[in-house]
Design a protein around this ligand. Structure first.
Ligand code: SIN
Length: 564
């Protein structure tokens, strides 16, 4: 019983000006798309934290593109398909890998400095890549370099209006068309309606639904949850990628140790010191991520240790210093030396392969609603994303959205703007300071939402228990009875009416986490096989005959689509 809007739009207190395009989220996908579109029209960026707080910032390893012979797009294409375990959409992958090199050129044009070695862009490899094609920056600070430069660039553009501390609540729709966004202005504690005929969801992933994640606190699945409530199709959401090598700091925080370290030759050893990937895959430690995680889980169970070791002690110190300055310094803070010590690591939730289903132009099934980046399911990742294909995917499909919006602008009918404002006004029905009394059709009296906290005393505990349950029942290894238990618990939370119609950020994020968790569980129950990042102990084999297809969930129906 999920309502269409988690806060009734008639609670809104303000309607802002119409704009042709709103972007939700400020990672690489959102910012690069906004920057392109701003060459033609004004763009609003809504972001629930500061502009630079996104998963992009934390990306260490790099960004994949076949930029140097003998590598080429076809090799990148085949590696991506292979990692995706039969579930990639080949055309989406082709679009991704063919356009990747030009995206890199554009990043360089706006001042992003990739690491150089002997006068050329330095390339490394990671799991599943048959050639070195990962560009990196600042050694292991690729995301930071990209995000900082994009933020700086976006801030310098007059046509970009930045709304930090704006928590997007829901996509406003009328007759299956997008007409804007309802958002909570966190600074002023006000609900606002933002009319627009084009909304791009680029709000990132869902890692926070798990106890252990590499994702920042903002990754609560908001964009996917609000798209679903609005009627969008959600595809392949059961495929959650866990990163193999995550380090726990002294103060209990998690810190990703980039796969690029294994790309440069580091080993994985069980807690007794034995290399366990040898003989398990031709590329040993550089097998695709899902395979490494599967072996790690097995080994951790056999050895009764809750970690394995990452061993870089045989690598030259000079290489480690240049390539991994941040990792070295983080380990040092924790009393460890990458050159001398074995590093304890274990898997943590890292990336959602599925998400809001889009076509090759980034369009969803709701007119005027687009998605890109981790929130989107373009079909390029299949059942397991190839390492370092995420930043590049955000750029390529953001660029496709830009082209779609240019088409919209060329064909734009003058009446659209007035129509959208009228519809949004009807939804907001009379509460707004900018709405005239004559527009009131629903509620004549002014309503205010209080900040009363549903579950005020319990919310932290409830979220903690929910994450624990997700890790246990819906984590790396799943089975029917655990999934059913998870479903019942999630439903009981989602049916708690106290959660709705209130302005508390934590509660709103919790509704979104529950919503994406419910979708993951539902799809995981349906997919009775093991493939890529979806592993079921009760169906341990990949089943191409019955399951070489995408799972698609909407509020009204569930269906499957054969791989294109
Ligand atoms: C890493 O640096 O290991 C993360 C890269 C990725 O997730 O693609």
């Amino acid at each position: 019983m999920l309502p269409k809007y988690i806060i009734d739009p008639s609670f809104s207190q303000e309607i802002s000006e119409y704009t042709d395009c709103i972007v939700i989220g400020s990672g690489i996908a959102g910012l690069s798309t906004a920057i392109r579109i701003s060459r033609h029209i004004k763009v609003k960026i809504l972001t629930k934290s500061s502009l630079s707080e996104s998963t992009t910032w934390y990306a260490q390893g790099g960004i994949a593109a076949a930029i140097k012979k003998p590598d080429d797009w076809e090799k990148h294409y085949h590696d991506t398909l292979k990692a995706g375990q039969g579930l990639c959409d080949p055309q989406a992958v082709r679009i991704l890998v063919q356009n990747a090199p030009r995206m890199i050129e554009e990043l360089i044009e706006i001042g992003i400095n990739f690491d150089i070695s002997e006068g050329e862009i330095s390339l490394t490899t990671e799991g599943g890549h048959s050639y070195p094609r990962i560009l990196h920056a600042g050694g292991d600070a690729t995301g930071e370099e990209i995000e900082n430069k994009l933020v700086k660039y976006a801030k310098s553009i007059d046509h970009i209006e930045i709304y930090p501390d704006y928590l997007a609540l829901d996509i406003l729709t009328h007759n299956k068309s997008c007409i804007g966004v309802m958002a909570l202005n966190l600074d002023r504690d006000k609900i606002e309606l933002h009319p627009s005929s084009n909304v791009i969801i680029a709000s990132g992933g869902i890692g926070q639904i798990y106890e252990l994640t590499t994702n920042p606190p903002v990754s609560t699945g908001d964009g996917i949850a609000m798209a679903y409530r609005a009627g969008a199709e959600i595809m392949d959401i059961e495929f959650v990628q866990f990163h193999p090598t995550v380090f726990r700091t002294r103060d209990g925080k998690l810190f990703l140790i980039s796969e690029a370290l294994r790309g440069e030759g580091a080993y994985l050893r069980d807690c007794h010191g034995k290399r366990f990937m040898l003989g398990k895959h031709p590329r040993a430690e550089l097998a695709p991520r899902d395979i490494v995680v599967k072996e790690m889980i097995k080994v951790m169970k056999e050895t009764k240790c809750d970690f394995v070791y990452l061993d870089a002690t045989h690598l030259p110190e000079s290489l480690l210093k240049v390539r991994f300055p941040n990792i070295i310094s983080k380990l040092k803070e924790n009393g460890l030396d990458l050159k001398k010590d074995l590093i304890k690591v274990s898997p943590a939730a890292h990336y959602l392969n599925g998400g809001i289903k889009t076509d090759y132009d980034g369009k969803t099934n709701i007119e005027g609603l687009y998605a890109c980046g981790e929130a989107a399911a373009t079909g390029a990742h299949g059942a397991n994303r190839l390492a370092s294909n995420s930043l590049i995917e955000g750029l390529v499909f953001g660029w496709k959205i830009y082209k779609s919006i240019l088409e919209f602008l060329n064909e734009k009918n003058e009446s659209i703007e007035g129509e959208v404002i009228k519809r949004v006004t009807e939804l907001g029905s009379c509460m707004g300071e900018t709405i005239k009394e004559s527009n009131c059709s629903k509620r004549p009296s002014r309503r205010e939402l209080s900040r009363n906290l549903a579950l005020e005393d319990e919310i932290d505990t409830v979220i903690h228990n929910f994450r624990h349950m997700m890790t246990e029942r819906v984590g790396i290894l799943r089975e029917e009875s655990g999934l059913r238990e998870a479903e019942n618990l999630i439903d009981s939370y989602l049916n708690d009416e106290r959660l709705y119609n209130q302005k508390n950020k934590k509660v709103i994020e919790f509704i979104n986490m529950l919503t994406v968790a419910k979708l993951i569980v539902k799809a995981a129950i349906l997919r009775k096989e093991s493939r890529g990042t979806h592993q079921r102990s009760d169906y341990p084999l990949r089943d191409d005959r019955n399951w070489k297809k995408h799972t698609i969930l909407t509020k009204d129906k569930i269906y499957f689509k054969n791989v294109g």
